[in-house]
Design a protein around this ligand. Structure first.
Ligand SMILES: NC(=O)c1ccc[n+]([C@@H]2O[C@H](COP(=O)([O-])OP(=O)(O)OC[C@H]3O[C@@H](n4cnc5c(N)ncnc54)[C@H](O)[C@@H]3O)[C@@H](O)[C@H]2O)c1
Length: 366
């Protein structure tokens, strides 16, 4: 038996993705691309910390490694990039990637100010490349089930919405000094803002009022560190939302969303790691999710499957007829979603500074 003589043009080419930033999130995305995203390959890794990039490349069988993202952007064998560097580099990297004709998946936030983000999104528009932002909660099965119900009108007109993030912790935050200012809004609650916007689709966030403090690490309050926050949001359809976050839940990683409306209520969020329960003389107990990469393992994978599908569709000259269009609700988070959520985070920062409610979109630059 000999090999069949296949016509190369009948063989689907993989989507070749370059990773920019090989830290905590980048490493997980790299593993997803290499092992769990059909039809995608991890073609190269760029990170100024070459040791980190080389270790990851070695583990995943990637041969191209560089300290400079420019090398990866100049590589004609790369179709698309996943940006998982620290947030302060995101807008510039999006602009450079778009100018190089690469499709872009960027971790949140897509920028730290609306001016830099607008410049990056203009570059995306001008280049005609696909852009996706890493709002992974949209890809979690329970959040999608809730969204499907909301799209079908199960909750009626939204009146109250709620979204919360409680990051896992030990009761103190050892690396607090390395956490950039305003992270709780720009990198944590920005997920909740997107969930609320997605759940309240068609309405615009009009005003935010944010209250925040250092309750886990009160010793850092004077330096402006914030680990706990509550935000109320008024939407253009009259709905009122609450988003809250804390950096140290002793019981693990706790993410929830809820819409209460004129006809009922829809909830998302998984309280236990599995459906297993322990019943003993002390009562009932269950394991709780501990890490983001455990709770959202499938969601982090599926957002990249969606990305690879969209890139493949564009590369092959098809309209993107895969995941998003086959769903009875909007899914893929793009440029407008990235901008709207960032505008809310920036308005929250202003609200904390002023101690008053602040209109969303008033403030363009951090
Ligand atoms: N979606 C989520 O749930 C989620 C979870 C965690 C982090 N994130 C986001 O992912 C991004 C990275 O966070 P992290 O926790 O992985 O940080 P990290 O510090 O673990 O990793 C960042 C990596 O980027 C590298 N880097 C620094 N400058 C770079 C540059 N100019 N070009 C390329 N690489 C550069 C660093 O050397 C490091 O390896 C952040 O925007 C963060 O908000 C998202």
């Amino acid at each position: 038996m000999a090999y069949l003589n296949r016509n190369p043009s009948d063989v689907a080419l993989p989507v070749r993705i370059g990773l920019i930033g090989s830290g905590w999130m980048g490493a997980f995305h790299a593993e997803s691309i290499a092992r769990r995203v059909p039809g995608a390959v991890l073609a190269a890794i760029a990170d100024p910390n070459l040791e980190s990039a080389e270790a990851l490349a070695g583990a995943l069988g990637t041969t191209k490694v560089t300290a400079d993202a420019a090398d990866l952007l100049a590589d004609p064998e790369i179709d698309a990039v996943v940006i998982a560097s620290p947030a302060r580099f995101h807008s510039a990297l999006i602009s450079q990637a778009a100018a190089a004709g690469k499709h872009v998946f960027c971790e949140k936030p897509a920028g730290l100010g609306l001016e830099e983000l607008d410049a990056a999104l203009a570059a995306v528009e001008a280049a005609g490349v696909h852009f996706q932002i890493g709002f992974n909660r949209r890809y979690a099965a329970d959040f999608q089930a809730a969204k499907k119900d909301l799209a079908a009108g199960i909750a009626g007109e939204p009146q109250l919405l709620r979204s919360l993030t409680r990051d896992p912790g030990s009761g103190s935050i050892g690396h607090a000094a390395r956490i950039p200012a305003w992270t709780i809004f720009l990198e944590t609650l920005i997920h909740d803002f997107d969930t609320l916007n997605w759940f309240n689709e068609g309405a615009e966030p009009v005003e935010v009022y944010a209250v925040a403090d250092a309750l886990v690490e009160p010793g850092l309050r004077d330096q402006g560190f914030l680990d706990t926050a509550v935000v109320t949001i008024r939407y253009s359809n009259g709905a009122i939302a609450v988003a809250e976050a804390n950096f140290s839940a002793l019981y693990g990683y706790d993410i929830r969303g809820e819409v209460f409306g004129s006809r009922g209520m829809v909830q998302a969020g998984r309280a236990t790691e599995t459906a297993a329960r322990r019943y003993t003389a002390e009562g009932m107990s269950a394991d709780t999710p501990r890490l983001n990469v455990e709770l959202f393992r499938q969601a982090y994978t599926d957002e990249l499957v969606d990305f690879a599908d969209a890139v493949r569709a564009r590369r092959d000259g098809r309209s993107d007829d895969t995941a998003p269009a086959s769903k009875p609700f909007t899914l893929t988070p793009g440029a407008n979603d990235a901008r709207r959520a960032l505008a809310m985070a920036l308005a929250c920062i202003e609200s904390v500074k002023q101690g008053t409610p602040v209109a969303v979109n008033e403030r363009a630059v951090l």
